[in-house]
Design a protein around this ligand. Structure first.
Ligand code: G6P
Ligand code: ZN
Length: 525
């Protein structure tokens, strides 16, 4: 506890500090420029206006390179700006969902998260700063004492998980204490922030052996790994589960909000399917048994498997733009319990962020209750609802101008009334356009309108093609192409094979190869 003495430092604005969907995300070297970080922190605090005086904020990040320096800057500047109390994770480390958990528990004004999510770290990697608002209450102002509370990074989060899930049931599953074969799992933290959380939850609380959690030491450069849980960057998990025979595998991104789930033999659970399966099985989780299920939601590009579950269960189902904040509004209004995105994000209204470890625990709850393998659960789901085959092609770090041109040409295509009714054919399959637009969202809670959220070609059988530019890349333009094809009966095909004709159509219609100059995508999921 100390009294605050502040001094004034003059500075000039920097180009490009406007935060995107995930705050400000740039190269570490940018943040290291004199006054660069201070300027952004000051702007963030100034944006709070009068509310800053005497308030409490949570501060923490995924431990990537430059975290400690940024925390030190934030502490000084928060004190100088009249913040009364900071709740800081030990060594500045907190996962993104854990920050959200602390904001809600302590009802703070908000929190500052230091992360560039799934982007590589280290001196040449990326860093980021994001402010999380909360509808918290103001702390009382009593004098000008400034308090920094250093809290255990994991305790409150684990406490919350214990309230949501039936830990005894999952422990039985993982240890075989019910007389069944124990389910062997492998959890890969990719040297991101989730290591300490995963060790505590899966090993200490749930009885998995110590070697079930790997890459569990958070490292400033993620040990050179790219902490993005997908089939490209989490390949070591895929290979290990193929060889090791585990029945369940999970990986998380740098700041712990994304997840990838695989089953025995590295059977891949597409994130859009993962969301639909969880929605169909929420009664396996005590939290939802207690509170009921209020509504479901997915981001627009996410596959539509969820909509079928919502219809069957007569639940309200929302389609929102990419970006987790749109879910938050619906949750605050009490209209949303479970949501997710194709970009490996799954979560519920227990916090206001997506939550990787929560998703793994949700899956283990379903497995424990149904006593089925991951693959059996998926196949039963497809038998019941049919299958929305889904794939995403990413063209990363392309030149911006031609990509913008491609999008504007696609805009013209969907605006042209003659597009509806057109039939495209490839590989013996034909698709007729029944709707074409540029997705626009009107928030049902505050009626705010968000335009220009992605080009959609929707076909008469429910299949879809979507194009958008990523809002999270740190340099150049990243084009995302999402392709989804619905099959009622033929649900066991290989996904890429099932989608090949529509992928071909999408690439041709968009002239993607010409505009990006790429013959192949950087990543396919
Ligand atoms: C972040 C956001 C997500 C979003 C993802 C991809 O993780 O929190 O809501 O889905 O980025 O966004 P992008 O614009 O790169 O597709
Ligand atoms: Zn993340």
């Amino acid at each position: 506890m100390s009294r605050v003495l502040s001094s004034k430092v003059s500075t000039t604005p920097f180009e490009g500090q406007k935060p995107g969907t995930s705050g400000l995300r740039k190269k570490v070297t940018e943040f290291q420029k004199p006054h660069y970080t201070e300027n952004f922190v000051q702007s963030t605090l100034s944006a709070l206006g009068d509310k800053i005086d005497g308030c409490t904020l949570v501060v923490g990040g995924d431990g990537r390179f430059f975290t400690k320096e940024a925390v030190a800057i934030i502490i000084k500047m928060a004190a100088a700006n009249g913040v009364k109390r900071l709740i800081v994770g030990q060594h500045g480390v907190l996962s993104t969902p854990a920050v959200s958990c602390l904001i809600r528990k302590h009802q703070t004004m908000g929190g500052i998260i230091l992360t560039a999510s799934h982007n590589p770290g280290g001196p040449d990697g990326d860093f980021g700063i994001k402010f999380n608002c909360a509808n918290g209450v103001l702390s009382e102002v009593d004098g000008r004492l400034f308090i920094v509370d250093v809290v255990d990074s994991v305790d409150d989060y684990v406490h919350l998980m214990r309230q949501i899930f039936d830990f005894d049931a999952i422990r039985q599953l993982l240890t075989g204490s019910d007389g069944n074969e124990p389910l062997r799992i492998r959890v890969d933290c990719l040297n991101g922030v989730t290591g300490p959380y995963a060790r505590r939850v899966f090993c200490e609380e749930l009885g998995a052996p110590a070697d079930a959690v790997v890459h569990s030491q958070p490292l400033a450069d993620f040990g050179g790994l790219h902490p993005d849980p997908n089939l490209t960057y989490a390949k070591p998990l895929v290979e290990a589960v193929k060889q090791g025979g585990q029945g369940f595998g999970a990986a998380f991104d740098g700041d712990g909000d994304r997840n990838m789930i695989i089953g025995e033999g590295a059977f891949f659970v597409n994130p859009s399917d993962s969301l639909a399966v969880l929605a169909n099985n929420l009664d396996c989780i005590p939290y939802f048994r207690r509170l009921g299920v209020r509504g479901l939601a997915r981001s627009m590009p996410t596959g539509c498997a969820l909509d079928r579950v919502a219809a069957a269960k007569k639940l309200e189902c929302f389609e929102v733009p990419t970006g987790w904040k749109f879910f938050g509004n619906l949750m605050d209004a009490g209209r949303l319990s479970l949501c997710g995105e194709e970009s490996f994000g799954t979560g519920s209204d227990h916090v206001r962020e997506k939550d990787g470890i929560w998703a793994a625990l949700a899956w283990l709850s379903v497995i424990a209750q149904r006593q089925q393998s991951v693959q059996q659960i998926l196949e039963a789901h497809w038998d019941q609802y049919g299958r929305n085959f889904f794939t995403r092609y990413d063209y990363e770090n392309c030149e911006s101008a031609p990509c913008e041109k491609m999008m504007s040409e696609l805009n013209q295509l969907v605006a042209d009334p003659s597009t509806v009714g057109k039939t495209f054919s490839s590989g013996g399959k034909s698709y007729t356009v029944s709707k074409a637009d540029n997705f626009c969202y009107t928030d049902p809670v505050d009626n705010s309108v968000t335009k220009n959220q992605g080009i959609r070609l929707i076909f008469s059988d429910g299949s879809r093609v979507v194009f958008r530019l990523s809002g999270t890349g740190s340099s150049g333009a990243t084009v995302r192409m999402y392709v989804e094809s619905y099959e009622k009966d033929d649900t066991r095909m290989d996904a890429q094979a099932a989608l090949a004709p529509l992928v071909d159509i999408a690439i041709t219609v968009s002239k993607l190869k010409e505009y990006t100059g790429r013959s192949e995508p950087t990543v396919i999921t």
